[in-house]
Design a protein around this ligand. Structure first.
Ligand code: ZLS
Ligand code: CA
Ligand code: ZN
Length: 397
């Protein structure tokens, strides 16, 4: 018989609705959905679409989003437009809009944008639970700061929480790993009282010279979930706070050592990897100094665990490097090696020519764009790993 049974063997699926690209947060806003256009064109120019199952998910429904978010918040989000926004409406501020930073602006098509990226994550999770794919990718998702009743840090709907909820319908234990330069606070908080999700975030943590904490200001090594010792979530959170300028070798060692230990102890049945590309060198907001292949080595490490894997995007504020990284990581998933010279028929090739070094290539040396001195000493990192491994003792109950 043909048709109904699950495909045998290894397969990768790619979940993306190109309508997300046409949304704008505002000209000075660092979050540029256009980076997804660049990513798509790179993936296509290298022919990676022939190696994956492609899906174009429609917008998520209100009901799907209410699996995590408060209905009052969703009502507000679904109705607000730049035309009807009332800046003195108390719920506007309470729901995380406006304020002095205006991190979360109200822009045209906001509801369309959030429902598109969210359903792509839900479809990706579904292709794993239905065993249609071994790895499912949604580069438009990964918005880890959104809370159940509040927008935060460029994130309105937490597609990651929704996707993990979907994975939990089939899998007993899900490991969430976050390599965005920011702390994955929204996902951590959503699952803080359960032992069925372990959250692990690597991020910059600290106070700048003006006394401002790096956003969102949480995620110190001592934050391991609820203090209440009777909570099931106790010990199922691990935070790895890092300093400016961490380099490839340090990060690769840290990631392999700590993630390996977590997988060994927690024995997850599925893994979600948030691949925020703002941890690269030369990022507009980030403070780290990673090259594309070091970032991608985290994907290789996680792939090697051979668990159902959901790969999602996240931050990333130098669009050409976001596109390079996510294209490289797509290739890692399908097991392809890509030529360093960009394909000549690549649309928008001029966007990849403006680098100080390595213009026209897939793997420019991002250390050349170094803006942050490395203040992570070998000794401090050694202590951090020791601390992290000690924190895992809580898992023994
Ligand atoms: O993880 O640092 C902040 C908050 C503020 C409030 C006070 N103002 C003056 C400064 C900023 C503390 N917000 C961060 C949010 C970072 C979100 C990262 C998301 C993710 O990568 C996942 C997608 C922040 N950093 C930089 C900005 N905001 C920022 C920079 C430039 C601008 C333009 C648009 C808006 C206002 C001017 C903005 C925000
Ligand atoms: Ca992170
Ligand atoms: Zn980020």
């Amino acid at each position: 018989t043909f048709g109904m049974e699950k495909p045998q063997g290894y397969s990768v699926s790619f979940h993306y609705n190109p309508h997300v690209e046409y949304h704008h947060f505002g000209s000075s806003h660092p979050m540029k959905p256009w980076r997804l256009t660049l990513t798509k064109h790179l993936v296509l120019a290298y022919g990676l679409e022939f190696t994956m199952d492609l899906y174009q998910p429609p917008p998520a429904t209100f009901e799907q989003l209410s699996q995590f978010h408060d209905e009052g918040y969703l009502e507000f989000l679904s109705k607000i437009t730049p035309q009807n926004v009332e800046h003195d409406d108390p719920s506007y501020l309470a729901y995380g809009f406006g304020g002095e930073s205006n991190d979360c602006p109200v822009f045209d098509g906001l509801w369309n944008y959030v429902t598109l990226y969210s359903n792509a994550s839900l479809w990706a999770a579904n292709s794993l639970t239905s065993q249609q794919s071994s790895i499912a990718i949604n580069w438009s998702g990964g918005l880890h700061h959104a809370k159940k009743n509040m927008a935060s840090g460029f994130c309105y709907i937490n597609d990651i929480v929704l996707a993990i909820q979907q994975l939990l319908t089939r899998h007993q234990r899900v490991l969430y790993i976050d390599i965005d330069v920011h702390h994955g606070d929204g996902v951590e908080q959503a699952f803080e009282s359960t032992d069925r999700v372990f959250t692990l975030s690597y991020h910059k943590f600290g106070i700048d010279k003006n006394g401002y904490p790096f956003f969102p200001g949480t995620g110190n090594i001592h934050e391991m979930g609820p203090n209440d010792p009777s909570s099931r979530g106790k010990g199922h959170t691990l935070n790895i706070p890092l300093e400016d300028g961490i380099d490839d070798d340090q990060y690769k060692w840290l990631f392999k050592t700590i993630t390996g230990a977590v997988v060994e102890k927690y024995q997850p049945e599925a893994i979600v990897l948030q691949c925020g590309a703002d941890s690269l060198g030369g990022d507009r907001l980030g403070k780290f100094n990673l090259n594309i292949k070091a970032h991608g080595s985290c994907v290789e490490t996680v792939k090697s665990f051979e668990k159902p894997l959901l790969l999602i995007g996240g931050g990333g504020y130098t669009p050409r490097n976001v596109a390079r990284t996510w294209c490289h990581e797509t290739a890692v998933c399908v097991g392809a090696t890509l030529h360093n010279n960009l394909p000549t028929h690549l649309p928008y090739i001029q966007a990849f020519q403006g680098d100080e070094n390595g213009g026209g290539t897939l793997y420019p040396d991002l250390h050349n764009t170094k803006r942050h001195d490395n203040v992570n000493s070998a000794q401090k990192l050694q202590k951090l790993v020791q601390h992290a491994l000690e924190n895992l003792r809580y898992l023994e109950g």
